[in-house]
Structure formats: C-alpha cells, structure tokens
Design a protein around this ligand. Structure first.
Ligand code: NI
Length: 166
C-alpha cells in the first residue's frame, strides 16, 4: 500500500468533476486500499478520489471511533434527503480550517461497493454529513463554498501563505 498526496485548496484540480467508474479493475482495488490508508494516516474520516487528483467517482469513509468500519462508495448518488443539521466541518484539502455548514441530517445513498455490487445505505448524523461532503468533492465542490466570499478569501490567503512557506 502507499500513501497518496492530497491536493490542497485553492488547487484548481479540486474543481474537476469526477467521471463514473465503468468497470472496477484490480487497479481500482489498489487505489481504494491506498485511499483508505491515506485517510487513516492523515487522519481523516473521508477521502474522495478527486482529492488525490484521480477524477473518478470513488469515496472512502470511516466515521467509527475504532476506525474499523470502512465504507467504499463507487458512483454514489443521493436518492433522497431529509432534515437539516449544522455541523462543524473540516477537510483534508483545507488543512487547519473548520466551519459550520448546514446540510441534510439524513440521506439515502445508492452506490456500488468495491466488489461492484449495488448497495443502498440510509445514513444519518455524522455519516450523512460525511457522505454529502465527499460527494461534493466529486462534483468539484468544497465545504468552503458554503461560506461567505469574505471568509473563503480569508481561508484562501491563509493557505496560500502556508503553502509558500513549505
Ligand atoms: Ni473534504
């Protein structure tokens, strides 16, 4: 397995829309294992392929305390949502930055698992928020897009400065 480099805001490659996976190959299995390892190492609770500059609709998520409940979503689609919830979010592509975002409190997501089997998951709370955040990545959207332009520009400047200093 290998750790993958994570793109950071405001990298324009985070804005690329991911394409659906047509056929799940052995290369995808390796990619999913590497994404899980990268997510756990970061540490984070979700990672979209977009964040590692691969523009296919693949996500990994594990919101469990023990980090032993990995989900892999291929070609995920939210088929229904309900309720509203405001949660403080962060993102591996927007380091050291947290902000409140309003999202649906519960979602039903349809997807393929890593074996290519069709699945449907009813998620609520943190898992639901994480699924919505990660699916946004596949559409080229970041949680900072929900904030005011003023706040987003402030975050952009802070991160650009940090990246220059590396
Ligand atoms: Ni994120």
């Amino acid at each position: 397995m290998a750790l993958l480099d994570i793109l950071c805001f405001p990298d324009e490659r985070l804005r690329i829309k991911a394409k659906p996976v047509k056929e799940i190959t052995q290369a995808h299995q390796t990619l999913i294992d590497d994404m899980l390892e990268t997510m756990y190492q970061a540490p984070g609770i979700g990672l979209a392929a977009t964040q590692i500059n691969i523009h296919e609709q693949i996500l990994v998520i594990d919101v469990s305390e023990a980090k032993n409940t990995p989900y892999c979503f291929i070609n995920p689609e939210i088929v229904s949502d309900s309720g509203k919830e405001i949660m403080e979010e962060g993102c591996l592509s927007v380091p050291d930055t947290y902000a409140e975002v309003e999202r649906a409190d519960a979602v039903i997501v349809r997807y393929l698992d890593r074996k290519g089997k069709e699945q449907q998951l009813e998620a609520e709370g943190l898992l639901a928020v994480c699924v919505q955040h990660e699916i946004d990545h596949l559409q080229g959207k970041l949680f900072v897009d929900y904030l005011s332009k003023l706040k987003r520009d402030r975050i952009r400047k802070k991160l650009e400065k940090q990246q220059r200093q590396k």
